[in-house]
Design a protein around this ligand. Structure first.
Ligand code: TXA
Ligand code: MG
Length: 335
């Protein structure tokens, strides 16, 4: 068992982080999407620790995080010019691009000949990446399948005893993971929906596609296939048109002396009325993204069942939030 400490980001904690990473240990650090469980991307031994600590399937590749001034062509080939335009527009930020790998980082990080790279915008993440001066492979800093962490305290709850240092970066404002975009193709392909939407990408490079997922077929981003983001309590998910059915379920829990909570946005809350327990997601898709994981974790502490409603806002970011919510409610593959 390690003694786990949450530390403010300063020159002392950053020096400690660098020493830990050089010694092939793990460090948890903040980003604007979710917190990451970081390791030196060149070290097989360190990367193995990530998979062990998380209990993550080893065929699910990792994203490498670098500082804004890092020359990514040390790690990958840039095959298409649209990459430069996307980088100019969205980096640093919540966009992860997948390239052909040069094979210089640990093979345990890579997909099939590919490598995903992300340049996070969070000030603490940038300070951390600058100080440690190495590419950092990092998945979200939660136990595999559990809700992703958006605060240092969420990371502590999942990883206490398993890591020694969690860097404190406050609440991750974005709240859901980065968009993963395959940039090895002529037209970029969205492998995982996120904060940067298809519309935003198309504005920069004309065309962009969603990956299609066929049951039973190999996928290019294995992470999308797994049960994910699940709170440790019962969940149910309803369409807005199913409000009566959801209320029935709510009342059946009350009758049995249990504590149900509705989880929904403000638009749906105003239709439901005030006399219920609520986990509020907010009044826009952006707020719903920012609050989702925190509310799922709050739900598992206070509720016997989270009765969630689909997001009622009609925009692309809502699709990204729904992608997470459907998986959190154990509804399997939803791309
Ligand atoms: O916002 C984020 O992306 C966060 C923060 C910490 O940066 N990281 C994150 O990592 O969400 P993780 O490991 O939870 O999810 C990484 C996703 C998975 O769906 C994985 O399959 C995909 O990215 N991925 C990683 N490398 C890939 C590759 N070479 N090709 C295709 N997909 C890849
Ligand atoms: Mg994850």
């Amino acid at each position: 068992m390690l003694n786990t400490e949450i530390k403010e980001i300063d020159k002392y904690s950053l020096s400690q982080a660098k020493t830990l990473l050089e010694n092939e240990e793990l460090v948890v650090f903040p980003t604007e999407t979710v917190y990451g469980l970081g390791a030196n991307a060149f070290s097989d031994k360190a990367i193995k620790k990530i998979y062990e600590v998380k209990g993550r399937p080893s065929n699910n590749p990792l994203i490498v995080h670098v500082h804004t001034s890092y020359d990514i062509e040390k790690l990958v080939y840039i095959d298409h010019d649209y990459v430069y335009n996307l980088a100019q527009k969205f980096l640093p930020g919540p966009l992860t691009m997948v390239y052909r790998s040069k094979g210089v980082v640990s093979p345990l990080v890579c997909g099939l000949g590919t490598l995903a790279i992300r340049v996070p915008e969070h000030k603490g993440a940038q300070e951390f990446l600058k100080k440690v001066d190495m590419p950092i492979a990092a998945p979200s800093a939660n136990i595999s399948k559990h809700v992703s962490p958006t605060t240092a305290e969420h990371c502590y709850a999942d990883l206490n005893g398993k890591v020694s240092l969690i860097l404190q970066g406050g609440k991750s404002d974005g709240g859901i993971e980065s968009t993963v975009l395959d940039c090895t193709k002529e037209i970029p392909v969205i492998l995982r929906k996120g904060l940067i939407t298809k519309e935003m990408i198309e504005e920069v490079c004309g065309k962009c596609e969603y990956a299609t997922f066929v049951e039973g077929q190999q996928v290019s981003s294995p992470g999308v296939m797994y049960a994910h983001y699940m709170p440790n309590c019962q969940t149910a998910l309803f369409k807005i048109s199913e409000i009566d059915k959801a209320k029935e379920l709510y009342l059946s829990f009350i009758k049995n002396g249990k504590k149900p909570y509705f989880m929904c946005d403000f638009q749906t809350k105003s239709v439901l009325g005030k006399e219920y327990n609520f986990l509020d997601l907010g009044s826009s898709s952006k707020e719903c993204a920012s609050n989702l994981y925190d509310k799922l974790r709050e739900g598992e502490r206070v509720a016997d069942i989270i009765i969630a409603f689909e997001i009622s806002y009609d925009d692309e970011l809502s699709l990204s939030v729904m992608n997470r919510l459907v998986k959190a409610c154990g509804k399997g593959l939803y791309t």
